[in-house]
Design a protein around this ligand. Structure first.
Ligand code: UT7
Length: 335
């Protein structure tokens, strides 16, 4: 394992979720489904929906809070990495839109697309800027307005997704033995046929036909993705624990991507981790794609449950397929 000369660590964390709640009971009135099925199969009770605005409008309040929490000005940010599959537009990037909205005048930035693994990919990329010594303050944001690409007549997918954003600030760590200590990342494009949005890109530019065929919505073969996700997330979590000599006893929190409670439980079982050590908020937000992991970190830290020096395993699986895990030792003072 390569040891960087400088460690990156999280020095601020925040999230934003819109106020409007879409409950399972609301969905019962829209498609042929029911609260009991959704809770039993996924663990979701409700999700949040952004009625007006775009993905940048989810990210902006989260970043504003980061600046306040850290007591820094917008001009102090060096890089902005926005992980999303629902950018405001194809171009300019959502990073550029946010840079202008918040006047991050000394930052450059870009969007990164890795679906539900987006935030982990973003953390790994953001850490490189710190570890190389070239940048001091890197914002990594996971933000998705999944309601913009969800077909609310398709019960297979519309029950799953919600809108939210989460963000962290990465800075060089004073403690070399803490911060983002290790990661294992994967992708396998052979999984592309099971979870995608076909339309709008150069393969299927928008036409009346692509709209009629619903190419601009998420398609998922849930059963196929479930089978691979349940093994993939558990495998990668176990792999990162083994190579860092971690066990279920010395891991304090599993911070999993929130796609399905059953996938998360299987992952915790494989890690020999009690479910009490798993950050879970899928019941309140559903699957917010790139936002799930920072949304957990932010809520747990603000609730005083995520404490300095705790060992965290972050783990995700998503479209692509993309997946991975990270070992993070938390360095923020207690909230
Ligand atoms: O985040 C990125 C990665 N994504 C994931 O990790 C998601 C992975 N997949 C899943 O989480 C699960 O596959 C789902 C939650 C999407 C579906 O659960 P499942 O246990 O795999 O259900 P299923 O698709 O096999 O459907 C079982 C039955 C079917 O009926 P029949 O064919 O047995 O008669 C479905 O038609 O449930 C039916 N069904 C529903 N019933 C009520 C499917 N959706 C619904 C629904 N309400 N919303």
């Amino acid at each position: 394992m390569r040891k960087p000369p400088i460690r990156a660590t999280v020095t601020a964390v925040s999230h934003y979720a819109p106020d409007k709640v879409l409950s399972n009971f609301d969905l019962e009135k829209m498609v042929d489904t029911n609260d009991e099925w959704i809770r039993a199969r996924t663990g979701i009770r409700e999700r949040r929906i952004l009625e007006n605005g775009a993905t940048s409008d989810l990210a902006v309040p989260a970043i504003r809070e980061i600046l306040e929490q850290r007591g820094i000005g917008p001009d102090e940010i060096d890089v902005l990495v926005v992980t999303t599959v629902t950018p405001d537009m194809f171009f300019p990037s959502t990073a550029c839109v946010i840079q202008e909205k918040l006047k991050l005048q000394n930052a450059w930035g870009f969007d990164l697309s890795a679906a539900c693994s987006g935030f982990l990919y973003g953390l790994v990329v953001g850490a490189q800027f710190i570890e190389s010594g070239t940048h001091k303050k890197v914002l990594v944001v996971g933000a998705d307005k999944m309601s913009a690409i969800t077909d609310y007549t398709d019960r297979n997918t519309c029950i799953l997704f919600g809108d939210a954003a989460g963000a962290v600030l990465l800075e060089p760590s004073e403690d070399y033995e803490a911060g983002l200590l290790d990661h294992v990342m994967y992708c396998d494009g052979s999984g592309g046929e099971f979870l995608y949005m076909k339309g709008g890109g150069s393969l299927n530019p928008p036409t009346h036909e692509t709209v009629d065929k619903k190419y601009h919505y998420i398609y998922q073969d849930g059963k196929a993705v479930f089978k691979v996700a349940v093994v993939g997330m558990a495998d990668v979590s176990e792999e990162i624990m083994k190579r860092n000599n971690l066990t279920g006893d010395n891991v304090d929190w599993l911070v999993p991507h929130q796609a399905n409670l059953r996938i998360i439980s299987a992952c915790a079982d494989r890690m020999n981790l009690a479910i009490e050590k798993v950050m879970l908020n899928i019941d309140r937000y559903g699957n917010t794609t790139a936002a799930t992991i920072p949304l957990c970190l932010s809520e747990w830290w603000k609730d005083g449950k995520l404490l300095k020096d705790q060992n965290l395993i972050l783990s995700a699986f998503g479209a692509g397929y993309t997946w991975g895990a990270m070992y993070l030792k938390w360095t923020m003072d207690n909230a």
